[in-house]
Design a binder for this molecule. Sequence first.
Ligand code: ADP
Ligand code: MG
Length: 697
Amino acid sequence: MHGFFDTPIEFLKGVGPQKAALFNKELKIFTYGDLIQYYPYRYEDRTRFYAVRDIDASMPYIQLKGKIRHMETVGPPRKRRLVVYFKDDTGEIELVWFKGVDWVMKKLQPGVEYVVFGRPSAFGRKINMAHPEIEVLTNFNIQGGYLQPVYSTTELLKRKYLDSKAIGKLMKTLSDMAKPKVSETLPSTVLDDYRLVGKEEAIRQIHFPEDNDALQKARFRLKFEELFYVQLRLLKLKIARMDKFRGMVFDKADLLSKFYNHHLPFELTNAQKRVIKEIYRDMRSAKQMNRLLQGDVGSGKTIVGFICMLLAVDAGTQAALMAPTEILAIQHYHGLKEHADKMGLRIALLTGSTKTSERKIIHQYLKSGELHILVGTHALIEEKVQFQILGLALIDEQHRFGVAQRSKLWQKNKEVYPHVLVMTATPIPRTLAMTLYGDLDVSTIDELPAGRKPIQTVHRYDSNRLKVNGFIKEQVDLGRQVYVVYPLIEESEKLDLKHLEDGYESICRAFPGLPVSIVHGKMKSEAKDFEMNRFAKGETKIMVATTVIEVGVNVPNATVMVIENAERFGLAQLHQLRGRVGRGADQSYCILMTSFKLSKEGKVRIETMVRTNNGFEIADTDLKLRGPGDLTGTQQSGVLDLLIADLGKDGNILQEARIAAQAILAKDPDLSLPENFNVKKQVEAQKKTVVNWSRIS
Ligand code: ADP
Ligand code: MG
């Protein structure tokens, strides 16, 4: 069907082929439909005029009305600037131009009444405005009374005269034409229940709001709609899969009993017991399991994973665990091997550095079914790796894997998909989990093993290093071990490595005779493993490292985590790093080192870390600070390409939208009722544009 909104943008009055090409390239706007959904990212408040007397530097863009008393250029010829003394009845403010001085000067005349729009800033003790907009007062702008939409553009577009104002003009043309063409996309019951304004009204008000109230209603409506359809899609997917994919039935629990009765190394927490029950219920249900297991660092997900493996093996199938890094895979392998050996199960490790000869044997035993458990990195999903029958695919630290990688693992079986359990240590904020994994069932371990003392976190400035070293010494004397972590990012790799090495040397100098390890990503993996092992065995007391130790590493005797340049780490990463300590019964500490210079966001991150150990709270703050794109990596950004909703802020709307979608599907799973005609139509329309949704497992 070719409708009005599919019309190429080129045909809009004022666009034409050249501008259309720019729209395509720069903003991915191809059709009328794309343009009308190109919402303003902010609005300039032209609803009122401020008095000069009331201005302070913390204000956003504001509007003034007044006259020019005097203007002059100051400074040396090459750095000439224009200063305009602008006054109203209450006071005077300086307007400053550094560029286009002559042009602006020609335009302005003392004595004429102007409207000025700009952002005040403090300049010494005075307040001024640099490069404000200034227009002669006319009948049109005299009342104020409107919110002016601001559209984001690019440098290239601006150079071709497609600035925010120009886009606004095109939008006006389009929205006038579109008015009779916009049809409602939500059922009237939903509109009524959630008091949403109609689609046409929302579209009009989002671009050209009458007032703030109308704008807020429009935004709410459009966000609701967007999130509603995201949720509807995920929920439909879930329903479809439940119907379609049968699952292997794992109902034998002999190995499980044997493990519980003889080999369980500690009492499971109630949370662990609960999630095992949830998982077990799935595995015997004859439906394929797709479950997310989340739990804070140290909450004991590994043993839960192992117990699930026992169920799979008991049913005559195999289990695989995929980890994002080699170090983590190795550690999982050693941890699981200890249990597996006691249970008489065969387990192997497969990573990129597994030798060819060894690899061959693994392939063979895997195919013949003699190997029960395979642990590894993404090497597991290679074509050559063939199971006799894969019953359970466990994926650790899942957000690091792309969606495609995950689905490859569950396609290892031709006939029946394996059960899939995705484990994540980075707690995902509820809102994000609902969107990313809205079609997965979620189990949460919300309790740490007994006897853990909460990690004490402090913030110290670099100038306090001597004291910090003194503290490290105390801990080492008590027999504990210490991590000292440095940031390392690609962009500044050389310098970062140098900092790391300098840090290592100064630690060695500060603790003469004490064995110290150093580990970073640039080392050969044997050398890395060698050092990690020395530290794990307690042969070295201090580990100076980059974030290679971020995930999974488990050395219960390590009680101090010193993070250098802590302001350079993201919150999720800081929390992960901190999770490397506090794994034993001793009191653990995390020391965040920074210089005195901290950005506002950096400060919030550090304060958050000091305030709480709760991963969910941290994840929420992180989402608010960074936005969801960063949090999940680019692989999944497609899922999060939201036009207007913001997962960091719109959690409540998301919740309501999900409930609304659930209610509709519960009553009408095929959307065949007349009252859901709008929904069905919209879903069909979106099918054309939304790619790859079905691949998100
Ligand atoms: P994570 O959830 O971060 O993967 P792990 O599975 O690595 O956590 O467990 C962290 C540590 O806690 C390990 O040393 C593990 O043996 C231990 N552990 C797990 N569950 C319990 C429990 N119920 N009681 C005591 N210690 C536990
Ligand atoms: Mg883990």
